[in-house]
Design a protein around this ligand. Sequence first.
Ligand SMILES: [Zn+2]
Length: 253
Amino acid sequence: MPKAIFRFYEELNDFLPEHRQKIDFKADFTDKRSIKDMIEALGVPHTEIDLILANGKSVDFTYILQDEDRVSVYPVFESLNIENVTRLRKIPLRRTKFIADINLGDIVKFMRVLGFDVYFDPTVSIQKIIEISQKESRIILTKSKKLLKFKKVTHGIFIRPGTTEKQIKRILDYLDITDRIRPFSRCLLCNNLLESVPKEKIIDRIPPKTRHFCDEYTHCKFCGKIFWKGAHFIRMKKVIEQILNQPEFYQAV
Ligand SMILES: [Zn+2]
């Protein structure tokens, strides 16, 4: 049976069994196997990959493996200089609209606090998540490797275990979108953009104590929720600072 030698870099190793992490290893394959199929059979979702080298040359997902090929597989890696080779996607993973899988409620809340557009409906099926992701060009955020292996999924991020702050920092680093943060511009409940609203217009809905200390308010036209810079705002601000101060996850090689 033909064999190829594989090596996976950086956090792609998280998907491999321990004995295959961070080393060259041989794997058998059947004839005419695409590199994408083979990599996924080894456990790594294709959505996590930005660059594949076969015998030192960059190849795309459709490349058919040859006996004795030497394959290096890299994740999206901002600090690695790969300008001279073919990235797997013409448009890198830089779209900033998301759709979150169930169980990511905290991430959704804080991504929205940072101003990112995150579709979230815990009642929708996996198929529906994939469909919405394609139709609206949304990057899927998920803890399910299975979901990322569906062929139709082109943009997805696997959320690794960790604190919410670390998980969000990783998303921001991975897509290099820290400069697109717009804190407190989006409704935490329904994901729509907030607009400022004159105090007089909503005075009846502001708690009496708040009326005294706060003059600036925003509201969501869609769900009607009003926001102001109260105790909740200060708590959220602290969390944002914690997210931004997380250590870098990628180190240059
Ligand atoms: Zn709303």
